[in-house]
Design a protein around this ligand. Sequence first.
Ligand SMILES: C[S@@+](CC[C@H](N)C(=O)[O-])C[C@H]1O[C@@H](n2cnc3c(N)ncnc32)[C@H](O)[C@@H]1O
Length: 280
Amino acid sequence: MQHESHVLPRPAGLDDVKGWFHNIDQVLFDWFLTRQRERGQQGDLLELGVYLGKSAIFMGQYLEEGQTFTVCDLFDSPADDAANDKEMNKSYSSLTRTAFEANYRAFHDELPVVVQGPSHVITERVEQGSCRFVHVDASHLYEHVHGDIAAARELLGEDGIVVLDDFRAEHCPGVAAATWGAVATTGLKPLCITATKFYGTWGSFEPVRTELGGMLSGRKDFWHGAEEVAGHSMIRIDGRKARIPAQPKSRYEKERGPATAAAGSPVTAPRRLLRSLIGR
Ligand SMILES: C[S@@+](CC[C@H](N)C(=O)[O-])C[C@H]1O[C@@H](n2cnc3c(N)ncnc32)[C@H](O)[C@@H]1O
């Protein structure tokens, strides 16, 4: 039998980690988390739904001394209900915790605190009001997302930021219902939206909204505009052309092929290589 380590992933860069985390959302995670760091805002990080670790690896860069990063996922455990089980089998059938951990360790010396189980256990594992940033990206079914948003509200401290994935995708209307339901009924204030993620806060709105608008106005690589939603000036962002921010480095970076490494950016390199091969 082949030893397990032979099949563990050795990603040379973040783009080698399978997942869903667009450039524009990397820009925004970087901006919110850097702003918190620069203001000395204390608090922990939390992600519900990690899959193979793409967004978790990115978030891990912003962890400060004495802070905790907790991630929660079912991984290869069965879900609590049939609908969630079906969702898991359809979308994440090959997921294992070992693969996530190998990916994460390629970029960071220490693993986050890993809670393997359904996301509704998170309020028993993370202290109330202790977080500054929560990324909700676990089940995309209404009941689960509704519960995850309630958990985020309970776990976030003053002026914390919540990010909700797939809040408007056609294949998961329950996320949209839970997101806008929270805006309408719980005081969740919408700061901005991209094609796939919603960014909001239950804390103070104006200072962060104003600074965000300032940052966006200085960027020429994406479009943005404001829209009044539930009494708040929410920013819509079209980030299809957004430049990727600095990414965490993998300890296997040198294992990248010479042509790709020479091209610099992990995203553009394969395209350049292809162009040189077909002579364009
Ligand atoms: C969309 S993926 C996460 C993607 C990841 N954040 C990224 O950017 O690559 C959703 C994850 O949620 C997990 N999941 C699904 N239902 C869950 C539940 N009820 N509790 C915890 N995790 C769940 C799945 O195992 C899967 O890994």
